[in-house]
Design a protein around this ligand. Structure first.
Ligand SMILES: C[C@@](CO)(OP(=O)(O)O)[C@H](O)COP(=O)(O)OP(=O)(O)OC[C@H]1O[C@@H](n2ccc(N)nc2=O)[C@H](O)[C@@H]1O
Ligand SMILES: Nc1ncnc2c1ncn2[C@@H]1O[C@H](COP(=O)(O)OP(=O)(O)O)[C@@H](O)[C@H]1O
Length: 305
């Protein structure tokens, strides 16, 4: 069905941490990270439609039920984002019907909730506070989650602090990401708590002007880690199985866990190779969530309007 003219839609892309070093811990317990992130062209969709009264949210899509089981709807980050923005704009969050099509797995290390909140903030800024600057939106976002500023930026970036310092980098060389989630929810605080070492070295320097080729990018990644991967594998050993399964399938360039898990990614040269590997993996592991997507999402509304 074509969207009505008053309906606004936005893609909430997955976030992938290509590398994530934990470099320290703040006095309040939050960890300092140094991470390189990107946003593949796959995600949830948030839709906003005027309503006669109230503020409500309907969740649809393949992971709607898992999300309902994971928590109370009032705590959904989409509603939290709408309320936070309305509060900031000094208005009552009324007359709005929101729909979240939940296509990304939950508590999965790919920032689904943060990206949903980001899409909501961007949609509703247009309606309620068009003059609000990006920096102010990021400040509102950070109060909802450490991943929000990077999702609001929505482009490949180096992330430091607890997630609030976002430095955009030049576009990454073309590649396809294969994302695999074994269906185990992993709670971010559990994984940070399980770290045994918190003062690791930062990421190596990035080449000025960006990576010239995929080889150069993958070589650079080879010098990096995801420090959350070992504690996540201890907590959910199936993550080790996912990585082993990905590494069995050639040609992949690199396989690693994203964020606090359990989703793992593989870097593949092109969509055809990624599709072939996805088919073989799905035959071996029919219950795993397996998707491939170009590494960069086109930012903007999901329906191009
Ligand atoms: C690990 C990362 C990497 O991008 O991603 P995910 O695995 O969540 O996708 C993020 O740092 C997660 O960001 P986000 O999921 O927004 O975290 P928040 O809701 O703010 O925090 C949840 C909890 O994680 C821990 N936390 C989070 C971020 C951080 N830099 N240090 C932490 O110690 C804290 O225990 C906090 O209470
Ligand atoms: N819209 C949402 N999508 C996903 N999770 C949400 C959402 N709103 C609230 N949550 C809660 O946020 C937590 C983190 O989920 P998510 O953002 O998917 O994971 P991660 O932080 O590992 O990337 C989950 O426990 C979930 O119940």
């Amino acid at each position: 069905m074509a969207p009505s003219s008053a309906e606004r839609r936005r893609l909430a892309p997955a976030k992938v941490n290509y590398a994530l070093h934990v470099t320290g811990r703040r006095a309040d317990g939050y960890h300092l990270i140094d991470s390189l992130v990107g946003f593949p062209a796959i995600g949830d969709t948030v839709t906003a439609r005027p309503a006669t009264e109230g503020l409500d949210l309907v969740v649809t899509g393949p992971f709607a039920e898992t999300l309902a089981e994971a928590g109370n709807m009032a705590e959904n980050l989409v509603l939290q984002a709408a309320r936070a923005l309305a509060h900031h704009a000094g208005i009552a969050p009324q007359g709005l019907h929101l729909t979240l099509e939940k296509s990304l797995p939950i508590a999965a290390g790919i920032g689904g909730g943060s990206s949903d909140a980001t899409a909501t903030l961007k949609l509703l800024r247009d309606l309620w506070a068009p003059a609000l600057a990006d920096a102010e939106l990021a400040r509102i976002g950070l109060a909802l989650g450490a991943d929000l500023p990077m999702c609001l930026n929505g482009r490949p970036a180096r992330i430091t602090g607890i997630g609030e310092t976002v430095t955009t980098i030049p576009p990454l060389p073309d590649h396809t990401l294969l994302l695999v989630n074994p269906g185990t929810c992993v709670a971010t605080p559990t994984i940070f708590k399980a770290l045994t070492q918190r003062d690791n070295p930062p990421l190596p320097d990035l080449p000025r002007g960006g990576f010239d080729s995929l080889e150069e990018f993958v070589d650079w990644l080879g010098e990096t880690r995801n420090d959350l991967e070992p504690p996540a594998i201890d907590t959910a050993p199936v993550i080790g199985e996912v990585l082993a399964a990905l590494r069995q399938h050639q040609p992949i360039r690199l396989a690693r866990m994203s964020g606090s898990g359990a989703t793992c990614f593989a870097i593949v040269d092109n969509p055809v190779e990624a599709g072939e590997i996805a088919t073989r993996l799905a035959a071996q592991h029919p219950t795993w969530w397996i998707r491939s997507a170009p590494a960069t999402s086109s930012q903007g509304t999901a329906d191009g309007t």
